[in-house]
Design a protein around this ligand. Sequence first.
Ligand code: PMV
Length: 344
Amino acid sequence: MLSEVLLVSAPGKVILHGEHAVVHGKVALAVALNLRTFLRLQPHSSGKVDLSLPNIGIKRSWDVARLQLLDTSFLEQGDVTAPTPEQVEKLKEVAGLPDDCAVTKRLAVLTFLYLYLSIFRKQRWTKEDLELINKWAFQGERVIHGNPSGVDNAVSTWGGALRYQQGKIASLKRPPALQILLTNTRVPRSTKALVAGVRNRLLKFPEIVAPLLTSIDAISLECERVLGEMGEAPALEQYHVLEELIDMNQHHLNALGVGHASLDQLCQVTRAHGLHSKLTGAGGGGCGITLLKPGLEQPEVEATKQALTSCGFDCWETSVGAPGVSVHSATSLESRVRQALDGL
Ligand code: PMV
């Protein structure tokens, strides 16, 4: 039982290279961002559990007693299990969301309920606890998009910069502190549908699509090699290699059918400012990343952000290689984070 306020944060993440290919056993490179999501768990005695997700407009409340009436045989501590369709149906009943609730909101609430009912919380996390968190986060991903590769939950749990292939994780020893723009085109998309689309294209044109996946694999490996070199001795030439890799991968992802007009626009706008971008994650809209080279003047960065914002996109300047999921004491939080949490 939670006896005091618990503050937890997890980093945002981006896949540098290897999205989609990773679903087919290829290498992906993923990094945690210095943009974090904070969670405050606060005990109270109303007999209810309240969920507030202000960024997507969710505020819900459930009777704890009602939740306890559920068949919780799947909730044994330490036993990480995939949600079955029956459990998801049961959670839908408990969630009590209106029929016209957007899919993203619905999935967020179902994932919360599944994980809330399943996880025992602690104040300090050992390596074993983090492994457990990673496994549960993977199950959360399964609620959201069915057949995830596991790269997203891994990088959010462990942080830093990871090479991921078929469940095997290797942290990059000394990743360079790359600065990037993360741009959300605000075009909604379904990861599940996009992953299925790539699979269909692979089945339909194996001779054409399999080499694309192999090439993306090689891009990830080359990027890993260059990042390793940059950790030792960064040079502008290496940034140019990273830019070429970004361009090639973006074209491959378009050929896989996961591009979108908004992502083309993002690439064109940043190209006009001499910067290179690619989609990150599932594509079909969603987010893109833009590499910021050292020596770039801040007014140029601001002008690029402004140009992206005037396309209707959201844009953040951030750096990669942030710590993974963390527990915080209230006093260690930045005051703007404390204020935002207090305003909920
Ligand atoms: O956009 P996201 O965060 O759902 O990333 C999806 C990444 C894919 O490679 C397309 C799928 C996966 O599970 O790895």
